[in-house]
Design a protein around this ligand. Structure first.
Ligand SMILES: Cc1cc2nc3c(=O)[nH]c(=O)nc-3n(C[C@H](O)[C@H](O)[C@H](O)COP(=O)(O)O)c2cc1C
Length: 208
């Protein structure tokens, strides 16, 4: 039985393009994984504090030597890491905010990037410990940042996610971007705009 971890990070809910695309992915995935399990993590409904000095101290203390207080500090991080470890596949909905990922996603990444749990330092340098997973990122951006366009270098979403997940060991990553969603605020028909993106997501989900 496969497990899919579904993570959304747009605050816009019903108006969100990235949430609609992850929804389409999950529907398609469920239809081809009748006995599959979907674990949902809505980052806009999860309270994630920024990391503190105490948190860093706890994370870098070997597990066997942690105090009760340090263990408690890592409880949320432990459960978020467990969700990653227990899933076989991931689908992320990511809106571009200020050329990067939304702050709730960055807070989540700070919780799951854990030395000794999701990456380690060895003789050969850092090593990702989240291996054998397949990740899909559906990204929505107001403007267009395709390669060769003037604003391509402003896109810190895909390069960042590719780097951080690659660092953690997730090498099998697909990025599907719906660029130019600002057209929807200028009266562009939502269904017409979304049709090719929904098609791309469904086609990709069928390969799972
Ligand atoms: C706080 C905020 C910051 C944004 N920053 C950018 C940006 O830097 N570049 C851009 O092209 N669009 C930006 N947008 C537009 C979003 O990327 C766009 O609305 C996209 O559809 C968001 O995904 P969603 O529909 O899933 O929420 C921003 C939107 C918000 C709400």
């Amino acid at each position: 039985m496969s497990t899919l971890l579904h993570i959304d990070s747009s605050p816009l809910y019903g108006r969100s393009v990235s949430r609609q695309l992850t929804g389409a992915f999950v529907t398609q995935w469920k239809s081809s994984h009748a006995d599959g399990k979907v674990v949902y993590r809505d980052l806009n409904a999860t309270q994630i504090p920024p990391v503190s000095a105490e948190w860093v101290g706890a994370a870098y203390t070997p597990e066997a030597a942690r105090t009760l207080q340090q263990k408690e500090l890592l409880t949320l991080s432990d459960s978020l890491v467990a969700e990653l470890e227990q899933a076989d596949e991931y689908i992320f909905g990511v809106p571009m905010h200020n050329f990067g990922v939304p702050s709730v996603l960055k807070l989540w990444i700070d919780q799951i990037a854990r030395v000794g749990r999701t990456f380690s330092y060895g003789e050969g340098g850092p090593k990702g410990l989240i291996i054998g997973k397949k990740a899909t990122f559906t990204i929505a951006t107001g403007g267009i940042y395709d390669a060769q366009t003037q604003r391509a270098s402003f896109n810190f979403v895909e390069p960042y996610l590719r780097s951080v997940f690659g660092f953690l060991g997730v090498k099998d990553a697909t990025f599907l971007t719906a660029g130019g969603t600002s057209a929807l605020n200028q009266g562009h028909d939502r269904n017409t705009f979304l049709a090719p993106h929904l098609q791309a997501v469904q086609t990709h989900a069928q390969t799972f």
